[in-house]
Design a protein around this ligand. Structure first.
Ligand SMILES: [Zn+2]
Length: 191
């Protein structure tokens, strides 16, 4: 009888270990494939903004399967029935196509066009950096359509959060701003 109990406990422990293994794998799949990505569409060879169904992929992983599919693409709904061949690119290098990775890489080694401070590590939740377009208007990333990302990186220049806020204020309320001659492009707010 004791041996039977031993076997039961061993089986339960094995099952629990296996369940934890699957759970860890599912979480890893979710974290790997969440987020918006820019891929080169295998059909058009142009940039497309896509999102992998990370939650579904995690559930599949929980069931021991490995299946990826898109839940969003900038070419939809026109090409909603495409074979989703871009998934093989994403699987090969999941991080490389992440919008955040592409943008972070772009800022590294560059400096703000106004204050000339170099960009260090980007903190997106706190004072995210911005951009300036050819008309010298600063814009934030949430104003840029993801599928235009590559194009925007070639036409815009980097601006830090502080300068973006100052420039936006100057643009919207020019009568409340004054130039400080010794400080070039930098402006001061009236308090
Ligand atoms: Zn700046």
């Amino acid at each position: 009888m004791t041996f039977v109990y031993f076997l039961l406990i061993a089986a339960a422990l094995l099952a629990a270990t296996y369940a934890i293994f699957r759970l860890v794998r599912a979480v890893r799949v979710y974290l790997t494939f969440r987020g918006k990505r820019i891929v080169s569409c295998p059909e058009t060879h142009h940039a497309a903004a896509v999102r992998v169904a990370a939650g579904k992929a995690a559930l599949e992983a929980l069931a021991g399967k490995h299946e990826l599919e898109l839940c969003e693409c900038s070419r939809w709904p026109e090409r909603e029935n495409c074979p989703q061949d871009c998934l093989s690119e994403i699987e090969e290098a999941p991080k490389a196509y992440l919008v955040r990775t592409i943008i972070n890489r772009w800022y590294q080694g560059q400096e703000c066009v106004y204050c000339h401070r170099p960009f260090a590590e980007i903190h997106w939740h706190d004072h995210p950096p911005a951009l300036i377009n050819s008309e010298r208007k600063t814009v934030q990333w949430n104003e840029v359509p993801t599928e235009k990302l590559q194009e925007v990186l070639g036409t815009h220049r980097p601006v830090c959060w502080s300068c973006h806020i100052t420039e936006t204020f100057r643009r919207e309320q020019p009568d409340r701003m004054v130039d400080r001659p010794s400080d070039g492009l930098r402006m001061n707010l009236y308090h």
